[in-house]
Design a protein around this ligand. Structure first.
Ligand code: MG
Length: 349
């Protein structure tokens, strides 16, 4: 028996009946030999961490554009907080921790520069629209690994493709066709909202956009007065309610779910769609729009030739622009649109 087979056997012994098991995976897009040491979901987690798209997350906006302070979240630290919360929940419920983690680490790989403002802009530019979770799947399936894709398991791909949330998305209790097929994927999704409603509030206070006492009183009472208390309340609610439901799906009590959604609505009004907080984002439209036109005019200089030939100019431009970090987008824009100051050539004249 290989080490991997021993680990796979142990999963059956330790994990809950409802948990996904590596050896029972529906498989990869293309068959490939198993690793001698790591079961498949663990291997997928490692593959996600080794991508270039994962490293680029450190220079992508979470909420506050190119924050000058060192303590603001970026898309990378958001992703790590989601993974940590998801693993906490998965461990207590005896679910597959590495599967949960692989989904959490991969869920936002397809995010554009400039956060959700960038996504809105790109969605208007790309014929047929754009959303980051489809792009996350495209990154792991097609673009990474020199365009061979990561060949991840079906379960990780399903979790990444279905983590969608948005202003009205339900973190739990969504109809079956809108939620991840595995319970681990559902854990990653609820961990995403738990992470962002708390860290975005914290960053909004850091930025002076909110004061802690602006948290509506009812929410403070129900969820807690600090980020740490609120995360604790939500995680514990998910754990207890999901256990009580026999692990058929990830659940929250009506009270905590309503408070969590109310906190998200509050953040939309006071932060995500607040005019002061999003003033800089108006510029994202100019930058991404300018880059979109320019790279399409000069595809040979910027775009992947095989994609242009195989899937067309729009898809190639979408991959390029969506993949940019905030600072790469700004610097390419400067290079293409801002005239350089003329420097006198010494020794002439
Ligand atoms: Mg996220």
């Amino acid at each position: 028996m290989t080490i991997r087979e021993e680990l796979e056997r142990r999963e059956h012994e330790i994990l809950a009946t409802a948990a996904s098991k590596s050896a029972d995976s529906k498989g990869r897009l293309r068959p490939e030999p198993e690793d001698p040491i790591r079961p498949s979901f663990q291997r997928d987690r490692d593959r996600v961490i080794h991508t270039k798209a994962f490293r680029r997350l450190k220079h992508k906006t979470q909420v506050f554009f190119s924050p000058a302070g060192d303590h603001y979240r970026t898309r990378l630290t958001h992703t790590l907080e989601v993974a940590q919360i998801a693993r906490t929940i998965a461990k207590v419920l005896r679910l597959h921790e590495e599967l949960t983690e692989a989904i959490a680490l991969g869920h936002d790989l397809g995010h554009t520069p400039f956060g959700h403002a960038g996504e809105r802009v790109l969605s208007a530019l790309v014929p047929g629209g754009f959303n980051h979770y489809e792009q996350s799947l495209r990154i792991v399936d097609v673009l990474e690994n020199d365009r061979h894709g990561l060949n991840l398991t079906w379960e990780v791909r399903d979790g990444i493709a279905r983590h969608s949330k948005g202003k009205d998305g339900l973190p739990v209790g969504a109809p079956a066709e809108h939620r991840a097929s595995t319970i681990e994927g559902q854990v990653a999704r609820v961990a995403d909202i738990i992470a962002y409603v708390n860290h975005d509030f914290d960053d909004a206070v850091r930025a002076g956009v909110l004061r802690p006492e602006q948290l509506p009183d009812g929410l403070g009472k129900t969820l807690g007065r600090t980020s740490s208390k609120r995360i604790g309340t939500m995680v514990s609610d998910v754990v207890h309610e999901t256990l009580a439901g026999g692990l058929t799906e990830v659940r929250m009590t009506d009270e905590i779910l309503a408070a969590t959604l109310a906190l998200r609505t509050f953040l939309f009004a006071s932060v995500y769609e607040n005019e002061v907080a999003t003033a800089e984002f108006a510029k994202a439209e100019g930058i991404l729009g300018g880059l979109w036109d320019k790279v399409r005019q000069r595809p040979r200089d910027y775009l992947d030739t095989r994609t242009v030939e195989g899937e067309g100019l729009d898809i190639a431009a979408q991959d390029f622009v969506a993949g940019m970090t905030d600072r790469y987008a700004v610097s390419l824009y400067e290079q293409l649109f801002i005239p350089k100051p003329w420097v006198e050539i010494s020794g002439v004249g």
